[in-house]
Design a protein around this ligand. Structure first.
Ligand code: PFF
Length: 472
């Protein structure tokens, strides 16, 4: 079944779809908490520099490769890489990584959906109990939520690029911005909120060390959805005269702006309820913040604004997180789906059916990693730590292969595609690119220090995660 490739209908359609991918769970809680613990404004500055000087060039390379070939990652690498084994391998990594990241992200999204369902049912009091999350993750009610989330994602994706992804993004992203702004305004009116703003924004450069810098880069890389094949796939839905460069910049700015704005919700909320919070004591894990800490915050809030309003605030928060997660999942599941359509010449609905079944089975398995099924909860031990299937997926794909994929695209541009051809691709649709500073910078950086930094991050992660040796 060979059909001509679908394209985004407009620049704003692409920007909203790509921003939908980029704005995810990490933006809402992970980023603000990481910033507060690691030097506030100092972290924000470093993060912004990484977005502009390291992530943006990689983002443009991914989008350029997609648009140049009009293919999803595997075929894009295979075609431009003249079928050489190393580039086919890069294409394969860029296809399997989103598949596996979709599995771990799906587990968290299904939990968010469960919590949203509970708050909407008036059960804020129940989910705020300290032991609730432990019971929740070990309960088979998960399966019902998983089916609901899978149906929602398939409902969006079956419409294709314009009628599915683009249309959903045009509705969901403005809704997300609105909910976020409403929550920020509400939270900032609470007593003590400003203490949170202060911790978030006042720079403390003494906190910056190697691991903070590494963490900021990893966060920026993940937040912009790099290394997941998503922007190669979305790039392939661009037409030749579309402006990749401006669109890429706008996506990076939107994602960073949302992460920054979320800090004006998350931190003031924490400090309004617990004024004596020591920022150091906040959990690094977005999962424990979202599912354990935040429900308690909303419950405490009911002492100030009443249970009914606290339930509304909690529902808006979980809906916000759910929308952020769904638009990211849509983009990531599109990668293996479009690859499958291309490789097997099947229709979108057939590809979605196959992907849906495969991801659902793996998600079910990964979701039993928290004690429900003993052997899944302890599949392997490395670096002296007992790991569940969920942990292994996070360690291998999120921590390790993501930076490797970034490194591979830089090497691909430098040694196979060639930087002048890459620049010519970016110049199509943006006549100023050839003479811009950005052009000179991107061409230099992507062939020199960006791959070097990513190679170091990759080597350090492998050594630390799998062998328990810290190189940096
Ligand atoms: N940028 C997304 C986020 O910050 O959550 C990254 C992402 C993760 C995209 C998982 C898609 C996805 F399924």
């Amino acid at each position: 079944m060979s059909t001509s490739r679908e394209h985004f209908s407009s620049k704003i359609g692409f920007i909203l779809a790509a921003a939908g991918s980029a704005v995810g769970i990490g933006n809402l809680v992970g980023f603000p908490v990481a910033a507060t613990k690691n030097g506030g404004g100092a972290f924000l500055i470093i993060y912004a520099l990484f977005v502009a000087f390291i992530c943006l060039p990689i983002m443009l390379a991914e989008m350029g490769l997609g648009r140049r070939t009009q293919h999803s990652p595997y075929s894009a690498y295979a075609e431009l890489g003249k079928n050489a084994i190393q580039w086919r391998l890069a294409g394969w990594f860029a296809t399997i990584t989103p598949f596996m990241i979709a599995v771990f992200y799906m587990v968290i999204t299904v939990w968010i959906f469960g919590y949203l369902f509970q708050t909407l049912s008036g059960n804020l009091e129940v989910i705020a109990q300290p032991e609730y999350f432990g019971h929740f993750v070990n309960d088979y009610s998960f399966v019902g939520y998983l089916i609901a989330v899978t149906l929602i994602i398939n409902f969006i994706l079956v419409g294709g690029v314009r009628k599915g992804i683009e249309r959903a993004s045009k509705i969901l992203m403005p809704t997300l911005f609105l909910m976020l702004i409403l929550l920020v305004i509400f939270v900032l009116t609470l007593d003590n909120a400003m203490a949170g703003v202060e911790f978030y924004l006042v720079p403390d450069f003494s906190k910056i060390d190697g691991s903070v810098i590494n963490g900021a880069l990893a966060q920026a890389f993940f937040s912009l959805s790099l290394g997941m094949g998503i922007l190669i796939t979305y790039g392939s839905y661009f037409r030749r005269n579309d402006d990749i460069v401006t669109s890429g910049k706008l996506v990076a700015i939107t994602d960073t702006a949302v992460a920054f704005t979320a800090g004006l919700m998350t931190l003031p909320a924490i400090f309004a309820i617990y004024p004596d919070t020591n920022p150091e004591s906040l959990s690094d894990s977005s999962v424990s913040m979202i599912f354990s800490f935040f429900p308690q915050i909303f419950m405490q809030l009911s002492d100030i604004i009443g249970y009914g309003f606290a339930t509304v605030a909690a529902s808006v928060f979980f809906l916000l997180a759910f929308v952020a997660a769904i638009t990211s999942l849509v983009s990531i599941i599109e990668v293996p789906t479009s690859s499958f359509m291309e490789k097997r010449n099947v229709s979108r609905s057939t590809a979605l059916l196959v992907m849906g079944i495969a991801i659902t089975i793996l998600t079910l398995l990964a979701a039993t990693s928290f004690g429900l099924v003993p052997w899944v909860s302890h599949v392997i031990t490395y670096a002296g730590i007992d790991k569940s299937l969920f942990d292994v997926i996070v360690d291998v794909f999120y921590e390790t292969i993501l930076p490797l994929n970034g490194l591979l695209i830089c090497l691909f541009v430098r040694f196979r595609w060639k930087r002048e051809n890459f620049a010519a691709e970016l110049g199509e649709g943006n006549s100023n690119y050839a003479t811009s500073f950005l052009h000179k910078y991107v061409n230099f950086a992507i062939g020199t220090f960006i791959p070097l930094i990513l190679a170091l991050v990759f080597a350090n992660t492998v050594a630390a995660k799998f062998f328990g040796v810290a190189l940096l």
